[in-house]
Unconditional design. Structure first.
Length: 218
């Protein structure tokens, strides 16, 4: 980035973060938020990442431990089964709550805006307490795996958008899903589909929120 003639040409601007805002927040490049082959993090930022990685490994739980937690089991019971989509919602909801420094909403003090009606939304309802019945779960059909959480009291909020290619269903899963829908799936194929789903769930739960999502204050 140069400063010729008093100008600062930006290499990347997140439109969600800067749209209609008079403030530009200039930060060092971080691979957690933007993957670019021709960019590198400053040495001090890379050191912070290494320390965070070490801390995460020391205190983090693996996927199996997470799936045995009471909060995950409540998501499973509400949704009806375990799948990668539910895991995405689980990670997103916990990341949103951590960002807001809040716990599950008892009433309408927290709001969740979801941009998809997929499996992940069920975990968000269970964990955040944002529901259609209370009017604090808002569905915007943008066709994106994106979630915005904000607190009505504090005005603090964050938007999480799934990073491209971080969760891609493979061709075999798509084939088996179609067979399930058409009623032509065999018992062996049901077991195969369940195994593929468990694998995808574990992959999501073993990934940090900042590696799954672009996270932007709102």
């Amino acid at each position: 980035m140069g400063n010729a003639a008093g100008n600062l040409p930006a290499m990347h601007l997140d439109p969600v973060g800067v749209e209609k805002s008079p403030i530009i927040d200039i930060q060092p490049y971080s691979k957690s938020y933007l993957q670019e082959e021709n960019l590198r993090m400053p040495a001090w930022m890379a050191q912070i990442h290494r320390e965070l990685e070490t801390e995460y490994k020391e205190i983090g739980m693996n996927a199996q431990q997470i799936m045995e937690r009471d909060d995950f089991k409540r998501c499973e019971a509400f949704h009806g089964h375990v799948c990668g989509g539910l895991a995405i919602g689980y990670v997103a909801a916990n990341a949103g709550l951590a960002w807001l420094e809040e716990q599950r909403a008892l009433d309408e003090e927290m709001v969740a805006i979801v941009e998809t009606d997929a499996c992940c939304v069920d975990a968000i309802q269970v964990l955040t307490g944002c529901t259609f019945g209370k009017g604090n779960l808002i569905y915007k059909d943008h066709g994106k795996v994106g979630f915005t959480f904000f607190n009505r009291r504090t005005g603090k909020g964050v938007r999480l958008a799934l990073k491209p290619d971080t969760f891609r269903v493979n061709d075999r899963q798509i084939e088996l899903f179609k067979k399930t829908r058409d009623g032509g799936i065999s018992e062996a194929e049901k077991e195969e589909l369940a195994a593929l789903g468990s694998q995808r769930t574990a992959e999501v739960l073993n990934t940090r929120a900042e590696d799954l999502f672009n996270m932007t204050p709102v």
